[in-house]
Design a protein around this ligand. Structure first.
Ligand code: 4NP
Length: 165
């Protein structure tokens, strides 16, 4: 059997955007019948919230859409993630820049923007200083990206390094 594809979603704190994207991706991958062939995780470029569950507003937004994030715990991106994962999918340009700066030379993982990897425009804005509506908007955005990624994987068109990262 071939090795599963390993995707790591990365934001700043790993308590808002990347856990929401992790939950949405896991749900859409399962829905597409691809759970056995894709692994999903998330991490933050910062470690201030390491060990904590997602922000209550992120948990609430996901719950409104039938996804439970309460068991997730934040962690900081590690050098070995660049070896363990096939692609590190970043929420915004600052995350992309920080991830690239943290990467060991010659790491095997592709580093890209989540939205771009999903074939969609834009970045996922940080909702941390916002309110419920901002978290709802982020949920819809990352779930749209998750649906697109699941569809592409199902069609076999989402190859790692399909685009230059
Ligand atoms: P996230 O949001 O990167 O989407 O998890 C943030 C969470 C915490 C902080 C910043 C952004 N913080 O500064 O603690």
């Amino acid at each position: 059997m071939t090795e599963p594809l390993r995707l790591l979603v990365v934001c700043l704190g790993n308590i808002c955007r990347s856990p929401m994207a992790e939950g949405a991706l896991r749900a859409r991958i399962e829905e597409a019948g691809l759970s056995a062939s894709v692994r999903i995780d998330s991490a933050g470029t910062g470690g201030w919230h390491a060990g904590e569950p997602p922000d209550p507003r992120a948990i609430a937004a996901a719950r409104r859409h039938g996804v439970d994030l309460s068991g997730l715990r934040a962690r900081k991106l590690q050098a070995r993630d660049f070896e363990r994962f096939d692609a590190l999918l970043c929420a915004d340009h600052a995350n992309l820049r920080d991830v690239r700066a943290m990467g060991p030379a010659g790491g095997r993982a592709e580093v890209a923007l989540l939205m771009e990897w999903a074939g969609q425009a834009g970045v996922v804005p940080d909702p941390y200083g916002g309110g419920e509506a901002d978290f709802e908007r982020v949920w819809r955005q990352v779930d749209g990206a998750a649906q697109a990624i699941a569809a592409r994987l199902r069609a076999g068109t989402a190859s790692v390094r399909a685009r230059t990262g």
